[in-house]
Design a binder for this molecule. Structure first.
Ligand code: IVH
Length: 688
């Protein structure tokens, strides 16, 4: 190996090490040391290096989390030992009964228990094998399946940032782990991602997932790793096996070892020296349940001393050394007094059940969303019906079924979606094939209200203090007629509002001022363009580098060209492209954008650096490449400035054909387009 290439390899490895360290800080410890932008810079540097020198790419590189090709299906794999389920205890008595049996069978009262949260996701087994340099590498992820056989979902699980792709030798040593081991734990979807995902699905006219567990299971079992990656799933480890056996004498030590090795282990755990202490932990956790960013459905209690496990044996197919204490479901039964209609930012009308107030899990619930007309029909709900309402995490309470019986007579009021908007009396339409009803009046005040709240919210323009109360007042007084008006508010105007002192008025002005410094992607996100969420806004900002370039492309006279160019942006498909075009072709929106520009918001950003080696060239990939997945090849071409298209035409510069290339190769030959093999593509990618 030449000196220069040794040097490059060292640089790549140093970058990888650094990125892994920061990923661990961020995704496992929730304690980042550097900003997201700095992290992105490191990743981009590595990506650029790898794009220029594909030989440097290693499978465990942080850039390779997404890379698997869409699959045909999943392969079934046998577990090293069965993945068991647990018996449940539904109250204190059942818990104590379980403990008594443990004490009896162990002939001692001196037993320590480990209490862990029962995370409501899906269980998963991760396998690690020896790697060069004394490290371990992640090689296989298997779903629980029927307990003895699961499905190989490795490509999807690789995309979870809290799953280490390698464990360094030093970490193995510190944790006392051999290079080969198996970790079992729970994959879960944080409540926030779940809410966002359902919102997106609803916009797309797809069915909502009933709970984060189903959503996580769906995301793990998709055939396209890219989709899993977008779902922000998390993995918490709770079980460690070496050579098919439990690791260490104590479960608590195993958890500590997992943490030391770099896995995410839930910090809410405790060694209890008596069942009273277990009960105390359970009660405290139930209170804490509300504040956790993910769902738990109980507490798992395990005998800490693993030597006892074998002696305790099984009841049916569950081990006696552990029990799952299940929290009561947070549901309540109440009456639907009325069905109201709310109007959202996009003009969507959402039916909401007004309930006779009912206490559920510590709070009083008097509203529950009904999502849309289809949902009301599915439930068969009438005004006056008794219903069961469920509340989970910070998800809005929802009606799960109509309750019927002697004490629960049926209601009689049939709900109809209004034909005019309840806020502005504008026209309401339900477009062909869509589930939602919408108010079509662009000036509907309800839309303005929601737009303002979205614009000012955290994660968007982040104007703290500009919540419902302030927005309502600003609108009532006619001080803001669009989001840009926020920037011409004066202190006197703010002081004229109710309950507004000098200090709060100044704070709000400071917040408004500070928002002008936020990056371009926030401004794009803040515009509230349909289907353009946080991620898409980020990709748009990176791709175009300025609002003007985005607008120029989105409003190009040549519609086909405009849509095609928009779709060059990562994750932008025909639907988002059309929405962007529609938004920027509306003169009122352009006027608003101009007003924001004059207010001094950021209209330029950092364009993601792309190479120029392949600038102006269009590639079509077909067949299976030997060393790279299609996604990888696509990314490398794009990083070098080229474009990748799905179909061969006369404009195609090159068709890259791998094994078993099909009709696209024939088409290329027919049109006389140059065909490259993988090596020739790599040569093109090399800087000259
Ligand atoms: S221990 C035999 N620990 O609950 C060991 N399970 O009903 C079984 N779960 O299938 C697993 N959090 O999906 C264990 N801290 C935890 C858990 C946990 C959630 C799930 C897991 C398992 C089910 C058992």
């Amino acid at each position: 190996m030449s000196k220069a290439s040794q040097e490059l390899e060292r640089r790549a490895e140093a970058l990888r090490e650094k990125i892994r360290y920061h990923e661990h800080r961020y995704f496992v410890l929730d304690d980042p040391e550097i900003s997201d932008a700095e992290y992105d810079r490191l990743v981009n540097e590595l990506k650029a290096l790898e794009a220029a020198h594909p030989g440097l790419i290693t499978p465990d590189s942080p850039t390779q989390r997404v890379g698997g090709q869409p699959r045909e299906g999943f392969v079934k794999v046998q577990h090293s030992s069965p993945m068991l389920s647990l018996d449940n205890a539904y109250n204190e008595q059942e818990l104590r009964d379980w403990a008594r049996r443990v004490y009896e069978l162990s002939s001692t009262e001196k037993i320590d228990f480990v209490c862990e949260l029962k995370l409501d996701g899906l269980s998963m087994a991760l396998h690690y094998k020896p790697d060069t340099g004394g490290r371990s590498k992640f090689v296989l992820a298997i779903t629980r399946g029927d307990g003895s056989t699961g499905e190989d979902v490795t490509a999807n699980v690789r995309t979870l940032r809290s799953v280490p792709l390698t464990v360094p030798a030093a970490a193995l040593k510190k944790a006392g782990l051999p290079q080969e081991f198996e970790v079992r734990g729970e994959v879960l979807m944080p409540t926030k991602s779940f809410v966002r995902m359902n919102e997106e699905r609803e916009k797309d006219g797809l069915a909502r997932f009933a709970n984060p567990r189903n959503a996580a299971a769906g995301a793990v079992r998709v055939l396209e790793p890219n989709i899993t990656a977008q779902r922000r799933l998390d993995f918490y480890a709770y079980f460690l096996l070496t050579e098919g056996r439990v690791f260490r004498a104590e479960q608590s030590e195993a958890l500590d070892a997992l943490e030391t090795a770099g896995f995410k282990v839930n910090p809410n755990r405790k060694i209890a020296h008596s069942i009273d202490q277990v009960w105390e932990f359970i009660q405290k956790s139930e209170e804490k349940r509300e504040t956790l960013p993910y769902e738990i459905d109980g507490i798992v209690v395990k005998v800490n001393d693993t030597a006892r496990w074998q002696r305790l044996g099984f009841t049916g197919k569950a081990p006696r050394w552990a029990i799952a204490y299940k929290f009561a479901a947070r549901t309540g039964i109440t009456r639907v007094e009325d069905i109201l209609v709310q109007v959202g930012r996009t003009g969507k009308l959402t039916p909401v059940a007004a309930l006779a107030p009912v206490p559920i899990g510590g709070t009083t619930v008097s509203r529950a969303t009904l999502h849309n007309m289809d949902e009301i029909e599915r439930l068969g709900l009438l005004i006056g019906d008794w219903v069961e309402v469920e509340r989970s995490g910070d998800v809005i309470p929802k009606v799960i079924r109509v309750v019927e019986g002697k004490d629960h007579p049926r209601g009689t009021g049939k709900f109809k979606m209004p034909s005019t908007c309840p806020v502005c009396k504008g026209h309401v339409v339900r477009a062909e094939g869509e589930v939602d009803h919408r108010c079509v009046n662009v000036n509907c005040p309800a839309k303005l209200r929601e737009s303002l709240l979205h614009f000012a919210s955290r994660g968007v323009l982040n104007i703290e203090g500009m919540g419902d109360a302030l927005v309502d007042q600003l609108m009532e007084k006619g001080l803001v007629k669009d989001v840009a008006d926020i920037y011409s508010l004066t202190k006197d105007q703010l002081l004229s509002l109710e309950r507004m002192g000098d200090k709060s008025a100044q704070n709000i002005l400071d917040e408004i001022e500070a928002s002008k410094k936020l990056p371009l992607e926030r401004v794009i996100y803040g515009l509230g363009i349909r289907f353009v969420g946080e991620r898409t806004a980020e990709f748009l900002a990176q791709h175009f580098g300025s609002m003007d370039d985005l607008i120029k492309v989105a409003t190009d006279d040549d519609e086909a060209k405009s849509l095609e160019e928009l779709q060059q942006v990562e994750e932008v498909g025909p639907r988002i492209a059309a929405s962007l075009r529609e938004f920027f072709l509306e003169p009122r929106n352009v006027a608003l954008v101009d007003k924001l520009r004059r207010a001094g918001l950021r209209f330029t950003g950092e364009k993601k650096v792309r190479g120029t080696a392949l600038a102006g060239m269009t590639f079509v990939l077909t067949g299976t490449l030997e060393h790279y997945s299609r996604d990888e090849a696509k990314r490398m071409i794009e990083d070098a400035g080229g474009k990748v298209s799905g179909s061969v035409s006369k404009k195609t510069s090159y068709v890259v054909a791998g094994e078993e290339a099909g009709s696209k190769l024939d088409k290329a030959r027919e049109l006389g387009v140059t065909v490259l093999d993988e090596t020739q593509l790599m040569n093109l990618l090399k800087p000259s």
